[in-house]
Design a protein around this ligand. Structure first.
Ligand SMILES: [Zn+2]
Length: 289
């Protein structure tokens, strides 16, 4: 409801269940008093979430950081059931009583586990998440984001070592260019410069722009509007002991994308070295482990 109101689709953001608080994601799934009985019936949740979460990302990261996968799984299924129940109620469809939700989550979990045992060995998964580089190498992911309404764009870079540990991250606003490829090329150049600033020697530069990565692999900037940027990158890349350019799916480039989007509210370049922005942390954790 809070999102709908922000987009001016509704006037009120009040929760339809408790009719007192604003309904944001955290409220709908976790903090609404009307659904408290669901989470309260699972006493071990209080060991995982020791203080009130600030938002849903924060709540989710509490579960992802617990080593026992069971916690995260039951949490996810219960949250999914609550969200579906909330939508069914919203559209006037029949719903299960709240008191049954936890046992339903347990049943679904068991059904899933049974199916895993019966199923033949699955084929190796398609690479759907970020992979660390070879030992002694550092991988830098870059991305660009466009903010049309603000007439500007942003770029984001994250550097991680072969253990997945973050070495540095950056986010900066840039002026809007003619094409997305041009901005992707600029993000790539920034990633290479960032690697140099960090004093790295063996690097893999990874992005989800096939056009830019292809241009770099072919070793020339062609006649494109950003050909000079590609040439710059190739000159910079010559100084490293090792430098490769890889293309990945967007899903493997999520953290760089988030950092690029962060530039929306920035006036200048922002660099993080030992720390990371709080909202990015759970993503990094999620995509490494
Ligand atoms: Zn409520």
């Amino acid at each position: 409801m809070a999102n709908l109101r922000q987009r001016q689709i509704t006037e009120s953001a009040v929760c339809a269940l408790c009719k007192t608080h604003e309904e944001d994601t955290l409220h709908a799934i976790w903090s609404c008093g009307e659904i408290a009985c669901v989470w309260n019936s699972l006493t071990w949740f209080h060991h995982v979430v020791t203080s009130p979460p600030s938002d849903f990302t924060n709540l989710l990261s509490s579960f992802l950081q617990v080593h026992d996968e069971y916690y995260a799984e039951i949490f996810s299924i219960t949250a999914w059931l609550l969200w579906n129940r909330r939508n069914a109620q919203h559209f006037g469809r029949p719903v299960h009583p709240l008191g049954q939700l936890c046992s339903m989550a347990g049943d679904l979990m068991q059904e899933y586990l049974d199916a895993q045992e019966l199923a033949p060995t699955p084929p190796p998964p398609v690479m759907q998440q970020w992979r660390p580089p070879e030992p002694e190498h550092v991988k830098l992911n870059f991305d660009a984001a466009v903010f049309n309404a603000l007439n500007k764009a942003g770029i984001g870079v994250i550097a991680r070592d072969w253990n997945g540990a973050v070495i540095g991250a950056m986010s900066m606003p840039i002026s809007l260019s003619q094409t997305v490829n041009e901005m992707e090329a600029m993000a790539c150049r920034k990633a290479v410069q960032f690697a140099k600033d960090l004093g790295l020697q063996k690097v893999v530069i990874e992005g989800d722009s096939l056009v830019v990565i292809n241009a770099l692999s072919q070793g020339h900037g062609c006649l494109s509007s950003y050909g000079n940027v590609i040439d710059d990158i190739l000159v910079l890349a010559d100084d490293f002991q090792w430098c490769e350019f890889h293309h990945v799916k967007r899903i493997c480039n999520v953290v760089a994308d988030m950092l690029a989007k962060k530039a929306k509210d920035l006036l200048g370049v922002r660099v993080w070295l030992d720390d990371l922005p709080e909202d990015i942390q759970p993503l990094v954790f999620f995509y490494v482990h």
